[in-house]
Design a protein around this ligand. Structure first.
Ligand SMILES: Nc1ncnc2c1ncn2[C@@H]1O[C@H](COP(=O)(O)OP(=O)(O)OP(=O)(O)O)[C@@H](O)[C@H]1O
Length: 328
């Protein structure tokens, strides 16, 4: 049984929200959870659910309306900002102007908890900066002015800065938001590796649900004030994931861990048989264009065979799925 000391970050009965002018807006309440050491946790939920609010509360930027947050068994407030900067690094989505600062200089700011009053970088600090820039694939951007970077490039620089800070806990708000698909996967894989191989405790918010389901050790979900957590597989098996994200227009296929757009059911029926990618993609194209696809033989229906050797319609070969759809 894990003791409190073994959880780097623990939430006890947290209520989240905003207070202004004597009015309180509660976003979610009664959240109790903990982050596992050396684990990647992804916080999912629909727009406006409170993901950023929870993340900002964990960083100390917002005070919880109720409850306590503990880091290594001591309350968040008991740490000085200097102590916290060696324990927790944070990547937020805020965009700020940094005229005349290069990408490397921004990453080097991550070393500031260790560089003393004058901010003088040692050889070791320089090496750390080079290493995290290589790790995040931004070495080529080193001398670029931060203000000229694309959103995705800037996002990678901010992640590198957090890594340069060398903290056991890393909190990131939508780190994959502006990235193209391969970069999303690369970034999540990098965070997964940092958790698994370097023992970092990482929490991030994301809308990239399918990537999170493949790479996260744990999923936290927040929606309509309800918070649940568990392994991705338990979330899928229990139907909790579908409860949070599915509607009449979207279904979740737990066996393939993918979301599907629910298409209108059609009276136009085709029979399809075959195997492999050609079979799956042909069936998919038929459903998308309004056919009801059956695998039951019936001589009365257009009959399609799709295998990696080719596609036939009623025994006649067709050269592509486009030609098949045209001839149907
Ligand atoms: N400063 C604020 N004062 C009052 N309400 C706020 C403030 N910031 C956010 N909110 C509200 O709190 C709720 C949660 O917002 P939050 O940004 O945490 O959601 P989110 O899950 O991160 O959303 P998204 O996925 O769209 O980024 C929303 O209703 C939002 O309008």
């Amino acid at each position: 049984m894990a003791t409190d000391q073994e959880y780097p970050l623990q939430l006890r009965d947290i209520s989240l929200g905003y207070t202004s002018g004597g009015n309180t807006k509660t976003v979610a309440s009664c959240i109790s959870a903990s982050l596992d050491r050396g684990g990647l946790t992804c916080l999912l939920g629909p727009n406006g659910a409170g993901k950023s609010t929870l993340l900002r509360t964990l960083t100390g930027l917002l005070r919880p309306l109720a409850g306590t947050i503990e880091i290594n068994g001591s309350s968040l407030e008991s740490y000085s900002s200097s102590e916290l900067s060696k324990l927790v690094s944070v990547v937020l989505t805020d965009r700020f102007n940094l005229p005349d600062m290069t990408a490397r200089q921004l990453v080097a700011l991550g070393r500031s908890p260790y560089t003393g009053f004058w901010g003088r970088m040692s050889d070791n600090d320089e090496r750390e900066v080079d290493e995290v820039m290589a790790l995040t694939g931004i070495t080529d951007l080193a001398q670029r002015s931060v203000d000229t970077l694309s959103d995705g490039e800037r996002q990678k620089v901010m992640i590198a800065k957090a890594l340069a800070q060398h903290t056991p806990i890393i909190l990131l708000d939508e780190p994959t938001a502006f990235l193209d698909y391969p970069s999303k996967v690369e970034t999540m894989s990098l965070l997964h590796t940092l958790a698994a191989e370097r023992g970092k405790t990482i929490l991030l918010t994301t809308h990239d649900v399918e990537i999170a389901l493949q790479l996260a050790d744990r999923i936290w979900m927040l929606g309509n004030g309800v918070f649940v957590d568990g392994t991705p597989e338990d979330m899928m098996l229990s139907g909790r994931l579908a409860e949070f994200f599915c509607s009449s227009a979207i279904t979740f296929d737990a066996s393939t861990a993918t979301f599907r757009i629910a298409l209108p059911v059609s009276e136009r029926i085709v029979t399809i048989s075959g195997s492999g990618a050609a079979f799956n993609l042909t069936a998919r194209a038929l459903r998308r264009t309004g056919y009801r696809v059956t695998e039951t033989d019936s001589a009365a229906l257009p009959e399609i065979m799709a295998t990696d050797q080719g596609i036939t319609l009623n025994g006649q070969p067709v050269s592509s799925i486009a030609e098949l759809l045209q001839k149907l």
